[in-house]
Design a protein around this ligand. Structure first.
Ligand SMILES: NC(=O)c1ccc[n+]([C@@H]2O[C@H](COP(=O)([O-])OP(=O)(O)OC[C@H]3O[C@@H](n4cnc5c(N)ncnc54)[C@H](O)[C@@H]3O)[C@@H](O)[C@H]2O)c1
Length: 240
């Protein structure tokens, strides 16, 4: 069963959100034990997963808080896969008077928030001799996005460089690092935004499960020869 996640412990950040909660459900369906984080505990999701027999732990903190992230990562024991999914996308204009402050927040969550997790995550997995890291980036980091503001584009494009940096350090030690680059996906993040269907070759937004399943695949033994890849799950908006 190369696609199974049975016996694996998977950390998912941003687990209360659209993609994060579907990733938790997909990984649980495939047999994983889950360690979830977000700003606020998603009670309904956790109850739902536990009722189905999945082992779930949860901790609430801000991904920008390096001390909290490091304490969390050192307390959770063995980790087979880390899904760095938490993200923030303000739909503002770079001429807005407070845009420079929003820039810092956006870089803080989308870039530093990922660094805070992968730094102890890579070290832990190298010690274990095995592990997977999946970073949730964005098609915006590939081609500038359909509507995203530059702070988000800069952060997500930076993650694509980081994936390769991490993958080169992890590969020979059994740690495989990859990213998934979603396009417009029906979650709270894009609520109120209108995307032209004509700009998406598949002609529609993704539903979050369509992002979650490729993430789960990258955590599985079936992805054992995928290293340093950015997997485009964006309906053909970016064709590699
Ligand atoms: N929805 C899309 O169209 C889309 C497209 C491309 C990429 N993405 C990426 O997918 C990932 C998941 O986004 P989503 O669509 O599920 O959005 P979402 O808003 O539903 O979920 C994002 C989650 O991240 C959490 N989060 C935000 N800031 C945080 C912080 N400082 N500390 C801890 N947690 C924090 C939120 O609480 C939320 O639960 C993000 O990285 C996003 O950039 C989304």
């Amino acid at each position: 069963m190369p696609f199974s996640l049975a016996g694996k412990t998977i950390v998912i950040t941003g687990a209360a959100g659209g993609v994060g909660s579907e990733t938790a459900r997909a990984c649980a369906e495939l047999g994983a034990e889950l360690v979830l984080t977000d700003l606020v505990e998603p009670d309904a999701l956790i109850n739902e997963l536990r009722e189905k027999g999945t082992k779930v732990r949860f901790s609430a903190f801000d991904v920008r808080d390096r001390g909290s992230v490091e304490a969390f990562m050192s307390n959770i024991g063995h980790v087979d896969a880390l899904v760095a999914n938490a993200g923030y996308c303000p739909w503002d204009d770079w001429n807005d008077p407070d845009w420079d402050d929003v820039f810092q927040t956006t870089i803080g969550i989308n870039a530093m928030g990922v660094v805070n997790f992968v730094r102890p995550g890579l070290e832990k997995m190298i010690k274990q001799g095995a592990g997977r890291i999946v970073i949730v980036s964005s098609v915006a980091g590939r081609m500038g996005g359909l509507k995203a503001s530059p702070h988000y584009v800069i952060a997500k494009a930076g993650l694509h460089g980081l994936v390769k940096w991490l993958a080169r350090r992890g590969a020979s030690r059994g740690v495989l690092v990859n990213a998934v680059a979603p396009g417009a996906t029906a979650t709270n993040m894009v609520q109120g935004q209108v995307f032209s269907e004509a700009s998406i070759p598949l002609g529609r937004q993704a539903n979050p499960r369509e992002i979650a399943l490729p993430i789960a695949f990258l955590c599985s033994d079936a992805a054992s020869y995928i290293c340093g890849t950015i997997l485009d799950v964006n309906g053909g908006v970016y064709m590699n």
